[in-house]
Design a binder for this molecule. Structure first.
Ligand code: ATP
Ligand code: MG
Length: 458
């Protein structure tokens, strides 16, 4: 099927929406990423629309024709509606927009022409619109750039690229993300402009950084996106800690606390190898990316891991990770505990990992996969020992939690007259006794009381 029929088919469910705008004398087009994805033969994540109707007028059209009006971003010209229970956004044509320093929201001006709206978009492949019958409006040759597999800003010159990146420096990160997603080449003029504009990325809010880097890390060809950010000098501005890794050549893995030996690959190259070996799901690529930070600074494994956790924590705070995501990453970063995997040690470790235990296990495979041969066998052996002890918790992470009898507090205070801090202490001791297998969670509460009486009479 040609592009036109593909797009006309994809837009068929929106026939009544197109009709409503047409009846009221307004233009309506599908625009941006969806058109790009249809041309690439992919299913777009979302379908966005653009119109010459002003937001108030869009609301009137929708209301008059019985569509729901959802003012999701009215001040930026965006009104949403529900079609077949899914939300779709309709944005008034804009002209060149810009962001004030650190802001998440653009200063927008409405326009009357589709071509101007397309001109202010980040890349030619994202600057196409489609009308209901599948006709593509493509004033900046996005179709040609898709064929040539090139990422270019609309209006191709170096000064234009400087101006487009200057209006919203996040566009440089978006270019890297699309590079990672599609494997296209960056236009040399855009690369030159990005190199000269790199510093402007510091004016962009960290939430917007995070969304793009997160998308880049999940993309299939993330290596080419990261390489481009490193080449343009943007990467070290966003994540300067990694720059230090590229200056240090060191073998990161020691099985005990022996001295780390020198290694020919930089820690940065080794981190990337881990990132590429990590699966795209969850946040394992973030975990892999952070996982060697500490080795650039500390010479002993234990301190390296602690340093990694500290630096990763600080970086995640800077990148505005949620508290839950930060806790998850720190958890999965844990290395194997030192010492033997006794039942108690395994259970305690499983408690500390909680529901991250399965991802922690996946990450151990990533660590092994890129390990220097000299260490791989011994590391795999150590892991296999822990695997045995941790197996029940891989299958059911909740099984690690110590569950004491529900009536334990009441029974202890009645039988022994303990209260407050002392009661808390007795309960903590019962928990320890369960971990040491002196008591079983299945024991009746009287056995617990008796055990406390026997051990802590005074
Ligand atoms: P994805 O498939 O990841 O959603 P997308 O291209 O649809 O990619 P969105 O963030 O959904 O990206 O944006 C929709 C469209 O809006 C883009 O295709 C592009 O035309 C335009 N756009 C988004 N962000 C910017 C920006 N920072 N500068 C210029 N245009 C942008
Ligand atoms: Mg989109």
């Amino acid at each position: 099927m040609d592009n036109r029929s593909v797009i006309a088919d994809a837009l068929a469910p929106f026939r009544e929406l197109f009709e409503a705008f047409r009846t009221e004398g307004y233009q309506l087009y599908a625009v941006g990423g969806c058109v790009r994805d249809w041309v690439l033969g992919k299913v777009p994540k979302d379908v966005d629309f653009t119109t010459d109707a002003l937001p108030e007028q869009t609301k009137d059209v929708l209301a008059k024709h019985g569509w729901k009006v959802i003012p999701v971003g009215e001040v930026f010209g965006t009104i949403a509606t529900l079609i077949h229970k899914k939300q779709y956004e309709i944005t008034t044509f804009r002209v060149k927009e810009s962001y004030t320093r650190g802001s998440r929201h653009p200063i927008v001006c409405y326009g009357r022409e589709l071509a101007k709206d397309l001109e202010r978009r980040d890349l030619t492949i994202n600057a196409m619109a489609a009308s209901e019958d599948g006709t593509i409006i493509d004033p900046y040759d996005g179709l040609g750039d898709i064929k040539r597999r090139v990422l270019r800003v609309p209006s191709h010159s170096y000064p234009q690229a400087l101006s487009i990146f200057g209006d919203d420096p996040l566009r440089m990160l978006r270019l890297a993300r699309f590079k990672a997603r599609l494997g296209f080449e960056a236009d040399p003029e855009a690369t030159r402009a990005a190199r000269d504009m790199a510093g402007a990325i510091l004016t962009v809010s960290h939430e917007r950084w995070f969304a793009e880097i997160d998308g880049l890390l999940r993309a299939p060809q993330l290596q080419t996106g990261i390489d481009w950010l490193v080449e343009t000098g943007i990467w070290p501005l966003i994540l300067p800690e990694f720059h230090i890794l590229s200056l240090v050549n060191r073998e990161p893995v020691s099985l005990s606390d022996c001295k780390l030996v020198e290694c020919s690959e930089s820690l940065w190259a080794q981190s990337l190898a881990r990132v590429y070996a990590a699966p795209a799901q969850g946040d394992l690529r973030w975990v892999a990316l952070f996982s060697m930070l500490g080795y650039a600074f500390a010479r002993q494994t234990a301190w390296a891991d602690e340093t990694t956790a500290m630096l990763a924590g600080e970086m995640m705070q800077r990148l505005k990770f949620s508290g839950a995501k930060t806790a998850y990453v720190i958890n999965v970063l844990r290395s194997l505990p030192s010492g033997a995997p006794t039942k108690r040690a395994a259970r305690e470790f499983a408690i500390s990992l909680g529901h991250s235990i399965q991802d922690w296990r996946s990450f151990q495979d990533v660590r092994l996969a890129v390990l220097n041969e000299a260490y791989r066998d011994a590391a795999a052996e150590a892991l296999a020992l822990w695997d045995k002890a941790l197996a029940p918790y891989y299958a059911d992470p909740d099984a690690a939690e110590v569950v004491l009898p529900k009536t334990l507090s009441q029974a202890l205070s009645q039988a022994l007259g303990v209260r407050g801090k002392t009661l808390g202490l007795c309960i903590a001791q019962c928990r320890e006794a369960v971990l040491d297998q002196c008591l079983s969670e299945a024991d009746p509460v009287e056995i617990f009381v008796q055990w406390v009486r026997d051990h802590f009479e005074n």
